[in-house]
Design a protein around this ligand. Structure first.
Ligand code: GRF
Length: 228
């Protein structure tokens, strides 16, 4: 049974999708703790789902390092195997990312390496990008820069504005993150400090949930090693 810690800061919709996937797809995983760095809708929702929660606010710590250390302690106390960042809006220090190397995963709303950082949807529109999407990646000390685990992409329409595009990308995220979790549970995906391995022969594309946004199955951009 994989034990997860999920770190959030806001609405928590990706956290909810991970929880739903565990329940509905009977994944061999358990959310051991949901941690947020501030009071937010997501942590209220997690508590309502009966998940263990912890709010660890930065303002109660003298330094970022001390704040990170408190979060690390909560992760260890929960005996988490993996940490999923799901809209966690604070930069984690290098000591934290090093200690959790290979076990710390993030979802970012762009096709990395494009549009690292914030405001990705508006930036994609401003850059006249024709493709946009979401990336799940290993977290390293450099912002939005770790090895890519999986991406999902869509076409940018001339009718998109940042809000519309964000909503469409979020639908992809809600398929992508649970799929990555399922793949970890199945043993189809293994992660090491700086390495992502997909067991290519054994990964049928139809393991993408059928409820996926219409174009998702085709839009999944497998890392080369993961091509079915
Ligand atoms: C998502 O777009 C995620 O990619 C980004 O922050 C947003 C979080 O949304 N890192 P939610 O809190 O999961 O609804």
């Amino acid at each position: 049974m994989l034990r997860l810690a999920i770190l959030i800061s806001g609405r928590g919709s990706n956290m909810i999708k991970l929880a739903e996937a565990i329940d509905q797809s009977h994944l061999n995983a358990q959310i051991a703790v949901v941690i947020s760095n501030q009071h937010c809708a997501g942590i209220t929702h997690a508590a309502a789902l009966g998940l263990p929660t912890k709010i660890i606010e930065k303002q109660n710590f003298a330094t970022r390092h001390a704040h990170d250390a408190a979060i690390e302690q909560a992760i260890n106390a929960a005996a988490a195997d993996f940490v999923f960042l799901a809209g966690y809006m604070a930069i984690l220090g290098a000591e934290f990312t090093t200690v959790l190397a290979g076990r710390l995963i993030n979802i970012h709303p762009s096709l990395l390496p494009e549009f690292k950082g914030l405001d990705t949807h508006q930036r994609a529109i401003d850059a006249h990008a024709t493709r946009h999407g979401a990336t799940v990646h290993l977290v390293t000390a450099a912002l939005d820069d770790g090895p890519i685990i999986l991406q999902a992409e869509l076409s940018v329409s001339p009718h998109d504005n940042a809000d519309k595009l964000a909503a469409r990308v979020l639908q992809l995220e809600h398929q992508l993150y649970p799929f990555v979790l399922k793949s970890l549970c199945d043993g189809q995906l293994t992660l090491a400090a700086d390495k992502v391995t997909w067991r290519r022969q054994e990964l049928p594309t139809q393991t993408v949930p059928p409820s996926a946004a219409a174009a998702f199955a085709e839009a999944v951009r497998w890392p080369d090693a993961a091509k079915p």
